[in-house]
Design a protein around this ligand. Structure first.
Ligand SMILES: Nc1ncnc2c1ncn2[C@@H]1O[C@H](COP(=O)(O)OP(=O)(O)O)[C@@H](O)[C@H]1O
Ligand SMILES: [Mg+2]
Length: 274
């Protein structure tokens, strides 16, 4: 099951969500592959792996290497990683030139999915509306959208959800579902509460019940090369990520039972919201 963690805005908690969800799923005995698709390589270093030139999806995408050669272990048991590196930035241009830019990632991840080695593949998307983000949405089964509880975040949210609809309606990825919207860096202010209630009113059950509180610990953890759930597991922010993991799994069970009921025809989970 491939999940893209995406929002074209930077600093909304995508990478933090990827590394912590990965660690929580691993703690629940799931095998996880994190794909770092952001040339800034924050998920890579956040999982205790030093970015290295030549070690990323770049070569697999450009067909000059085997994917297996790029999968590494991380500081977290049962969490594997395809790291990112600065050179990943140039891939957008190279893929655009090659013409098959949306299919590249799907072609690379297909054998990974079919091999069944990993229970979950989590893609950390770059903060831009470029080819890397589009190709992640083209290959994912669902999208998890972290958003900050601030005023302009609502507009950003509609942009990414429109992109998801376009992926579906254009036939590029007709079954792409919205796993959910996760409110991050929540602080008890009137503005944050207003944003949260607007988002819930608008998007209803698509919004995770759990909100991630703002926490100094969350900012500290990456400098130790660890997800905050490993670095400071008893803090409120870590507990919130454990709850997100449980909700994530419950949502998947819900989708599976729906798909069983409809005899394998899985309706997009978000068809009511976009
Ligand atoms: N809950 C939180 N509380 C405080 N700081 C956070 C929290 N989540 C993430 N951060 C910090 O905010 C910054 C942006 O988060 P990050 O996950 O890297 O966002 P993105 O991947 O969307 O750019 C990072 O420095 C990160 O450590
Ligand atoms: Mg990031």
């Amino acid at each position: 099951m491939i999940v893209a963690i995406a929002n074209q805005k930077g600093g909304v908690g995508k990478t933090t969500t990827v590394v912590n969800l990965a660690a929580v799923l691993a703690a629940k005995r799931k095998t996880v592959l994190v794909v770092d698709l952001d040339p800034q390589a924050n998920a890579t270093s956040g999982l205790g792996v030093e970015p290295r030139e030549g070690l990323s999806l770049r070569n697999a995408l450009l067909d000059t290497g085997r994917l297996d050669d790029f999968i590494v272990g991380t500081a977290v048991d049962k969490v594997n990683l395809i790291p990112a590196e600065v050179n990943l930035a140039g891939v957008e241009v190279e893929l655009a030139r090659a013409g098959n830019h949306l299919d590249g990632l799907r072609r690379v991840l297909d054998p990974v999915e079919k091999s069944g080695v990993f229970d979950y593949v989590l893609i950390d998307c770059p903060p831009s509306l470029g080819i890397l983000l589009s190709s992640a949405l083209a290959s994912a089964g669902s999208v998890l959208v972290p958003m900050q509880c601030e005023y302009y975040a609502m507009e950003g949210l509609s942009v990414i959800l429109q992109l998801v609809s376009r992926m579906r309606n254009s036939g590029v990825n007709p079954d792409l579902a919205v796993d959910g919207i996760l409110m991050t860096m929540y602080g008890r202010t009137r503005l944050a509460d207003e944003v949260v209630s607007q988002v819930r009113e608008h998007y209803g059950p698509a919004v995770y019940k759990t909100m991630i509180p703002r926490s100094v610990r969350a900012g500290e953890a990456p400098s130790y090369g660890l997800p905050v759930v490993a670095y400071a597991p008893t803090t409120p922010v870590a507990k919130a990520y454990f709850d997100v993991g449980a909700e994530f799994l419950a949502r998947e069970r819900l989708r599976q039972s729906v798909s069983r009921m409809t005899d394998g025809v899985l309706p997009p989970a978000s068809s009511t919201i976009v």
